[in-house]
Design a protein around this ligand. Sequence first.
Ligand code: SAH
Length: 243
Amino acid sequence: MLELKPEMTYTFNPIGIISSPYKEKFGIPRQPGLVTEARATLTLLPPYNQPEIVRGLEGFSHVWLIFVFHGTQAQGWKPTVRPPRLGGNARVGVFATRSTFRPNPIGLSVAQLSGIQVQGSSITLELAGTDLLDGTPVLDVKPYLPYADALFQASAGFAQDAPPARQAVTFSALASEQCTRKQGQWQTDVRRLIEQILSQDPRPSYQQGQQQEARVYAMRLYDFDLRWHYTPSGIEVLELADI
Ligand code: SAH
């Protein structure tokens, strides 16, 4: 009888690289779909940049992306983590979470496939609703199959429902005007993108509930630094500062 011994090390090559508005980890939503306005592209690398590799994919509205957590890979992993959904205090096993700090730093995200661009050897998938850092290496793309992948009866422990929007978001006169100027750039409704990101409240759990109006938070999106602060009535966007 043929004995199949598993290999103990594997080498995978990225099939493409993500280009995304999220230029740093801070502020990225905790799962895909929470910020539907986040548009990203996946550009296929050689030798995978052949038109036939995506033949038939245009019939699917969503895809699974399997990717490397390249931004946190160097930090290794721990057997337990403190998920933000539990307030950042309780520890659960890493396999009970979607933490980035895993034995193999592999991520899994579903994304809306809004288009496929083929121009010679340049093949780009247009994606929406992603939770991916700019430059993320992607290992595989698979079509999303509702009959097999959407399980309405499934129970999900401490993460049964999507996290609620936590903060009302308003814009200063300056930020509002800056949004209008950037409107439509990157095929994105920039104002809506910012509202969706900030309503989730990107602060670590232990800071939520605190309110220091003087403290200014920032995250990098596209080519600007988004700055905001907390007021008694919610988040006020201060400015979109050019880098
Ligand atoms: N949907 C994925 C990721 C969940 S964790 C999964 O379940 O596997 C979501 C977090 O991953 C985001 O908040 C973001 O900070 C982080 N992230 C996204 N892309 C990353 C990357 N390339 N490297 C490290 N962290 C990344």
